[in-house]
Design a protein around this ligand. Structure first.
Ligand code: 2DT
Length: 214
C-alpha cells in the first residue's frame, strides 16, 4: 500500500447503550487495524484493574453503595489515571480503540436525573482530558435491544434506564461523532466502521495535535 504511517496514533472511541454491540465492533476493528499492519491497542473504560476501577466494579456489581456524585467522580478519576499513558501511546504512533469514554460517564450519570447533577456538572470532571479523533456511536432501536435478550444483573441494566441514557448520548453529539445504525448485521456495521476509521487515519497526516474535551 502507498499509505504512510500516520505521525501519531488515532484516538477512536466507541459509545452506546448496553448491548449495542460495542465489544464485537471493537474486536472487528482491531482485526482490521492489525491486517493493515498498524500498531493498535484495545482499551476500555472503566478500567476495572486499577484501585478506582476495583471500587467501580464493586459498585456496578452492587457489592458497595456510593453516592451518585461520588461514583461519577470516580469514573472520571479512572480516566485521568490513564491520561499520560494514553498520550504517550498516541505520540508513539499507536492507535487506541477505546470501548466507552467520558461520553458514557456523562450519559449514565446525567440519566439519573438528579438536581445536583446537571449536564454541566457531569461534564466538568472530564474537561481538558484528551478528546478522541472519532466517536463511533452505535445506535440501537428499543426493539432490537429487547430482541438481543435479557440484561445482566449489574447496576443500570434496565430498559427504562437505558432509554434515558440514549437520550443523554444524543445531547452530546459533536463534530467528530458518527452515528451508526447498529440494528444492521455486525458485518454491515463493521463496513461502516472501517470506512470511518480509514478516513480518520488519512486526516491524521495533517492533524498531529490532539484537542481536549470541552
Ligand atoms: P461496561 O459494561 O462497558 O464495562 O460498562 N459507565 C461507564 C458509567 O456509568 N460511567 C462511565 O464513566 C463509564 C465509562 C456504563 C460498565 C457500566 O458503567 C457505566 C456501563
Amino acid at each position: 500500500s502507498t499509505e504512510q504511517t500516520p505521525p501519531r496514533g488515532a484516538f477512536i472511541v466507541f459509545e452506546g447503550v448496553d448491548r449495542c454491540g460495542k465489544t464485537t465492533q471493537c474486536n472487528k476493528l482491531m482485526e482490521h487495524l492489525k491486517a493493515k499492519d498498524l500498531s493498535a491497542e484495545l482499551w476500555r473504560f472503566p478500567d476495572r484493574s486499577t484501585e478506582s476501577g476495583k471500587r467501580i466494579n464493586a459498585y456496578l456489581a452492587k457489592e458497595v453503595e456510593m453516592s451518585d456524585e461520588e461514583v461519577h467522580l470516580l469514573f472520571a478519576q479512572n480516566r485521568w489515571e490513564k491520561r499520560q499513558t494514553l498520550l504517550d501511546k498516541l505520540a508513539a504512533g499507536t492507535t487506541l480503540v477505546v470501548d466507552r469514554y467520558a461520553y458514557s460517564g456523562i450519559a449514565y450519570s446525567s440519566a439519573k436525573g438528579k438536581d445536583t447533577m446537571s449536564l454541566e456538572w457531569c461534564k466538568a470532571p472530564d474537561q481538558t482530558l484528551p478528546a478522541p479523533d472519532l466517536v463511533l456511536y452505535l445506535e440501537v432501536s428499543a426493539e432490537a435491544a429487547k430482541a438481543r435478550g435479557g440484561f445482566g444483573g449489574e447496576r443500570y441494566e434496565t430498559a427504562d434506564f437505558q432509554e434515558k441514557v440514549a437520550e443523554m448520548f444524543e445531547q452530546q453529539k459533536n463534530a467528530v461523532w458518527v452515528s451508526l445504525d447498529a440494528d444492521d448485521s455486525p458485518d454491515e456495521v463493521h463496513d461502516r466502521v472501517k470506512a470511518e476509521v480509514d478516513r480518520t487515519l488519512t486526516t491524521l497526516k495533517d492533524f498531529t495535535w490532539l484537542p481536549v474535551l470541552r
